[in-house]
Design a protein around this ligand. Structure first.
Ligand SMILES: Nc1ncnc2c1ncn2[C@@H]1O[C@H](COP(=O)(O)OP(=O)(O)OP(=O)(O)O)[C@@H](O)[C@H]1O
Length: 232
């Protein structure tokens, strides 16, 4: 469904992501792990089209999308939950969700799927509250919901559990599993906690200094090989 071939991404002269080869099949959850600053966010931004790769290719649903815009990718079915959530603090929860619909070229204007509120009931309760008045965990739920409103076939989640209270971390785990099983959505999840990654993912890649240094299916993973690259 998604394939990265020899992908290289950087800022100016500095190369941050090097020679990445990665595949995600339909309905698969793939987790990208690695220490802070190794290039995980840079990689996700390149998949979304926010950064242009210096070389290599991105294939999505048999289409070479390497040089296409973020909006083309959104319309093609890629949803993005950025690190730090990036919700609009002065807009209400409902307005934030509408932006998710518009960004993906949604035609049924102003209709938010009811199952979004079933995933995150707090968003229904706080529909008219400003995004900036929500707690960090609630903002994260809003960021995920905003990506889901357009029914993406592929979801990029950049550290959705970072700095979030445990009950919401568990909620997000439940939602990831449910989306995978019921809507056959594929996902790339950036996550720092190996137990959490194993609880939701099918396959794990570990990145260090911009390159993949270890990869395994969750069934065959050797924890110590992952921890080698996560510990400081
Ligand atoms: N806009 C930018 N301009 C220049 N360098 C950048 C920019 N954004 C990130 N970098 C650098 O690229 C490298 C990789 O950053 P990136 O955010 O992709 O890492 P990460 O693995 O996602 O880390 P974290 O878990 O802390 O978010 C870092 O050295 C960072 O300083």
């Amino acid at each position: 469904m998604l394939e990265l071939i020899n992908l290289e991404v950087g800022y100016g002269e500095s190369m941050v992501v090097r020679n990445i080869q990665l595949k995600v099949k339909e309905s698969q959850v793939v987790c990208i792990m690695g220490r802070n600053g190794v290039g995980k966010t840079t990689l996700l931004k390149a998949i979304m089209g926010i950064l242009s790769p210096k070389s290599g290719s991105i294939l999505f649903k048999n289409d070479n999308i390497t040089k296409t815009s973020p909006s083309y990718r959104a319309i093609k079915g890629i949803g993005y939950v950025p690190q730090g959530r990036e919700i609009f603090p002065k807009l209400t929860v409902y307005e934030n969700l509408l932006i998710g619909l518009e960004a993906s070229g949604g035609t049924k204007k102003n209709v938010i799927r009811e199952d979004i509120y079933e995933y995150f009931p707090i968003l229904k309760e706080f529909k008219n509250r400003n995004g900036g008045d929500l707690s960090g965990g609630q903002q994260q739920q809003l960021a995920i919901a905003r990506a889901l409103v357009s029914n993406p076939s592929f979801l990029l989640l950049d550290e959705p559990t970072e700095g979030i209270q445990p009950n919401i971390v568990a909620d997000i785990q439940r939602v990831i599993r449910d989306i995978k099983e019921n809507s056959k959505t594929s996902m790339i999840l950036v996550e720092q906690n190996l137990d959490y990654a194993k609880s939701v993912a099918d396959y794990i890649y570990v990145v260090d200094h911009g390159s993949i240094v270890y990869e395994s299916s969750v069934d065959e993973i050797q924890d110590e090989d992952v921890y080698r690259y996560l510990s400081v």
